[in-house]
Ligand binder design. Structure first.
Ligand code: GAR
Length: 209
């Protein structure tokens, strides 16, 4: 069974679907630890409720990003992870950290990448009058939100939407696609090869890049 380490900063609804699907056996893996850079993240509580180690590191205890990430890496590696899952982890990771987990770190981002890397994606989609929006699961590479896309889910944007409605529509899709991709990885069907996402031996087309 794959050892999965999840990083969160907040609510952890994606974490919850991953915990549930590991429990049910639809993901052939086990969440061995959840780390947060915020001690108040509700995701930590979800981990504890599932009997999973929940650890928070405070940025203020470290001189700089490199020191923080080095400690995070040391602690994560004690769980001998096969896969690192970023699930609403809102802190930029240093190149060193990303390279250490190259090909085995996934992120979910609330936009149809390459559109809207970074923050405030729902607001930006609405401000631009986009008719569709969504979420993307991708391998993490040093450039922010620019790693190869594995799977996307699209949702419509309605003119009467507010940000809560739109973000909850996206969240619902995230809860479908993230566990699916994680299971692909755990089943050995998914890899990053030469900077491309490969599923069952076939290169996945880069949408829009
Ligand atoms: C999700 O919508 C995820 O796509 C986003 O944070 C939310 C976390 O929700 N991630 C990012 O913006 C990463 N830059 P959750 O805590 O309920 O899973």
């Amino acid at each position: 069974q794959a050892s999965i380490v999840v990083l969160v900063s907040g609510n952890g609804s994606n974490l919850q679907t991953i915990l549930d699907q590991c429990e049910q056996g639809s993901i052939n893996g086990k969440v061995t630890a959840v780390f947060s850079n915020k001690s108040t993240a509700y995701g930590l509580e979800r981990a504890q409720q599932a009997g999973v180690d929940a650890i928070s590191l405070a940025q203020g205890d470290f001189a700089d990003r490199a020191a923080f990430d080095a400690e995070l890496m040391t602690q994560i590696d004690q769980y001998q992870p096969d896969l690192i899952v970023l699930a609403g982890y809102m802190r930029i990771l240093s190149d060193n950290f990303v390279q250490h987990y190259a090909g085995k770190m996934l992120n979910i981002h609330p936009s149809l990448l390459p559109k809207y890397p970074g923050l405030d994606t729902h607001q930006r989609a609405m401000d631009n009058g986009d008719k569709e929006h969504g979420a993307s699961v991708h391998f993490v590479t040093p450039e922010l939100d620019a790693g190869p896309v594995i799977l996307q889910a699209k949702v419509p944007v309605f003119t009467e939407d507010d940000i809560e409605e739109l973000s909850s529509r996206v969240h619902t899709q995230e809860h479908m696609i993230y566990p699916m991709v994680i299971q692909w990885f755990c089943a050995g069907r998914l890899a990053m090869t030469n900077g491309k996402a490969v599923l069952d031996g076939e290169e996945l087309a880069e949408s829009g890049h």
